[in-house]
Design a protein around this ligand. Structure first.
Ligand code: MOS
Length: 703
């Protein structure tokens, strides 16, 4: 067959039309294999042993008794483990978190620190032996408590400056007709993807292969190659199906421990984290204490804005939850000051969690805006419209599209906002007090260089290969639609292969940049393939393959403020007798670029909004001061929103095609959670007349 196979009848574009997930049937029938399910001959199982003290030193490990237990093959700890290299900057521009560089020294910097790996023939034998391993510690006093204005707080310039400022804040506040000055707190929140972290490592003909659950195989290859001083070409990471990630699935202790054990034993070794271990080793969202000061004229226009945030990190790695950064995008004022500071404590290192910075930051800022609206006697939607900035408040750069006002207008219309009585505590439904609230949302939009290949086969089908990760978003399906339009063939003639580092370097599923970055590369490869085939080339048995690399195209974008935006609306019912808060309905209207697959996109927005309900009402990890460890580190003790908590949730969007992007995409991964908790909290105020500045809004706090 020849290139004529591409010349189908006029191709109706499929980007923008709803398609169910390509792998949906495989997932629901169990045919899709997750990282811990891929079988290997001679597989050994590793079980991590975590410290039971929050600070100190390992004095001794009684390994002899454990080595004599049934099936036990080895115990790895700081005395016998491979030495790792940690002096490098990884592909995402970050230094390695020493927590993943396991067994390099005898120091214990937090409870749940990996101190040993027990490897055995079966998972049960490994677990039994790991639980029997006695570790002796030299314990030291620990400090795990984040307080407002902690004396140890310091600013950290990471990928953004820690502190920004212009204008005289105190003078601006003094000259303001209306001032809001409030402190907000958000708790420690934990990653709980459905699929716990899991990896199998093995040496295969001189190459290291890791079957893993992660958000980016290119990233994991880079980290493992650096840590083990290997040529990246000698490392292959595969991650075909991933049951959730949200920031937690990069390189962590279990992959590194698995590689160490596989190297020592020259056998495939699997290490899986338990749900409980994830509370120490998966990363989490730092608690924050934030202070917001707003000064405005009687018309509600801001003249002074300050947003300061303190988060915590471990003593071994600097990670900042940049909650104050959202103010740098959302609102301008002549006096405008923001600061992100961090405190080092004897706790595990936090990490990215869906909308890092924006999620807790928008709670504080958007709740403060609601307080300002109340004080000014202005409708909260109108207040936001009056404070729409012309340019980036801190950068001074133009916005490459800012359709926030359109989101608010469309959202207000559909939510029935116009009928709202601004006064609190006006509506009742039997014993329930009813209220509505709103908040704005934003999240940066970006793209990172990626490579992809597109192959035409003689039978008229095509294969697209890219090291993308589908963490449940529907990315695989979206990429098939993008390829179909570029090739102008129906999507059922395209196979999409992802999650294999041998497909070449690509962006991770993170920063709301995955599908955009990959689509850019897929469209480039598929588009060029179509052009080549249109010239009438015969297709040989091995097919015709075109490779794309978007490094140059993405590098040439001019500086601008690039973000997705959204407007969140919530209605709640509060029972003043029990303190129970029920969300009755939510609506989110987003301006987030072109929507590739409305079916999965709606899912993703709603997933974010549900997490926002969870953040507003349920999620809170409590750390025990005495032990330094989390209390109730499981899904019974750590509450997340479940079906019974989730009412009618609508997510929709306005047309917001990004002219700079080949497909028009901006990014939708994180924005759904942004502002969602504030909308709920503002609705609780409207229902009850009481402000809740600390999340979650538990019944005992409502009473
Ligand atoms: Mo996301 S927090 O960039 O996985």
């Amino acid at each position: 067959m020849t290139a004529a196979t591409t010349e189908t009848a006029a191709h109706a574009p499929v980007v923008g039309t709803g398609h169910t997930r390509i792998e949906g049937r495989d997932k629901v029938t169990g045919a899709a294999r997750y990282a811990a399910e891929v079988p290997f001959a001679g597989l050994a199982h590793g079980w991590l042993v975590l410290s039971t003290v929050a600070r100190g030193r390992i004095r001794a490990l009684d390994t002899d008794r454990v080595l004599a237990m049934p099936g036990v093959l080895a115990v790895l700890d700081h005395r016998n483990a491979l030495r790792l290299t940690t002096d490098y900057t990884g592909l995402l521009g970050t230094r390695p978190d020493p927590t993943c560089a396991v067994f390099q020294h005898d120091r214990v910097p937090h409870l749940g620190w990996p101190v040993a790996l027990v490897v055995a023939e079966t998972s049960e034998q490994a677990r039994e032996a790991a639980e029997a391993l006695v570790v002796h510690y030299e314990q030291e006093p620990h400090d795990i408590e984040l307080t407002a204005e902690h004396p140890g707080a310091y600013p950290v310039d990471g990928h953004m400056p820690a502190v920004t400022g212009k204008g005289d804040l105190e003078a601006g506040l003094a000259a303001s007709a209306v001032v809001v000055d409030a402190e907000y707190t958000t708790p420690e929140e934990h990653h709980n993807p459905m699929e716990p972290h899991a990896a199998t490592a093995r040496w295969d003909g001189g190459r290291l292969e890791v079957i893993d659950s992660n958000q980016g195989v290119t990233w994991v290859v880079g980290e493992l190659a650096n840590l083990f001083s290997l040529d990246p070409a000698a490392v292959r990471v595969r991650s075909e199906h991933v049951g959730g990630g949200f920031g937690s699935k990069g390189v962590r202790a279990h992959q590194v421990a698995a590689v160490m054990a596989a190297t020592l034993l020259q056998r495939p070794v699997r290490v899986v984290l338990t749900r409980r271990q994830m509370f120490s080793l998966a990363g989490y969202r730092s608690p924050t204490t934030q202070r917001v000061r707003l000064g405005a004229g009687p018309d509600g226009r801001l003249v002074a804005l300050e947003h300061r945030s303190i988060s915590l990190t471990s003593t071994v790695h600097e990670f900042v939850e940049p909650s104050a950064a959202v103010a740098r995008v959302m609102y301008d004022a002549d006096a405008h000051h923001t600061a992100n500071r961090v405190v080092r404590l004897d706790v595990p290192t936090p990490t990215w969690m869906r909308a890092p910075g924006e999620a807790p930051g928008s709670f504080a800022l958007e709740a403060a805006l609601d307080e300002l609206a109340e004080k000014c006697g202005i409708d909260p939607v109108e207040l936001r419209l009056r404070n729409e900035p012309e340019r980036g408040p801190v950068s001074g750069l133009p916005f490459a599209g800012r359709n926030l006002a359109a989101c608010f207008r469309e959202g207000a219309r559909r939510f029935g906002w116009a009928d709202r009585d601004r006064r609190p505590r006006q509506r009742r439904d039997g014993r329930w007090l009813l209220g509505t609230g709103t908040a704005a949302a934003s999240f940066p939009s970006g793209a990172a260089p990626s490579t992809a290949t597109a192959t035409a086969h003689p039978d008229g089908t095509f294969t697209v290969r890219i090291s993308a990760a589908d963490i449940g978003t529907g990315a695989r399906t979206a990429l098939g639609l993008v390829a179909a339009d570029a090739l102008q063939v129906p999507p059922d003639r395209i196979r999409v292969r992802i999650g294999d580092s041998d497909f070449g370097p690509a962006m991770i599923a993170g920063g709301s940049m995955g599908t955009r970055s990959w689509s850019w590369a897929v469209k480039a490869a598929a588009g060029e393939l179509r052009e080549r085939l249109a010239l009438g080339a015969d297709i040989p048995p091995e097919g015709v393959t075109v490779r794309s690399d978007t490094t140059e195209a993405i590098g040439s974008l001019a500086p601008a403020e690039r973000h997705s935006f959204g407007a969140q609306f919530a209605e709640v019912a509060v029972d003043p007798a029990t303190g129970e808060v029920r969300v009755r309905r939510m609506l989110g209207i987003f301006a987030a670029g072109r929507i590739v697959n409305p079916l999965t996109a709606r899912n993703q927005f709603r997933g974010g909004m549900i997490w926002g309900i969870s953040m507003a009402l349920h999620e809170e990890a409590v750390r025990d001061r005495a032990s330094g460890g989390p209390v109730g580190a499981d899904l019974a003790g750590y509450h997340v929103a479940t079906h019974a908590d989730v009412p009618h949730i609508e997510a929709d969007w306005i047309d917001d095609t990004d002219p700079e992007d080949p497909v028009g995409i901006k990014g939708i991964g994180e924005i759904g959670i942004v502002g969602a908790a504030a909308a709920v909290a503002n609705a609780v105020w409207h229902a009850t007349g009481v402000r809740h500045r600390s999340l979650p809004i538990r019944p005992d706090r409502v009473l």
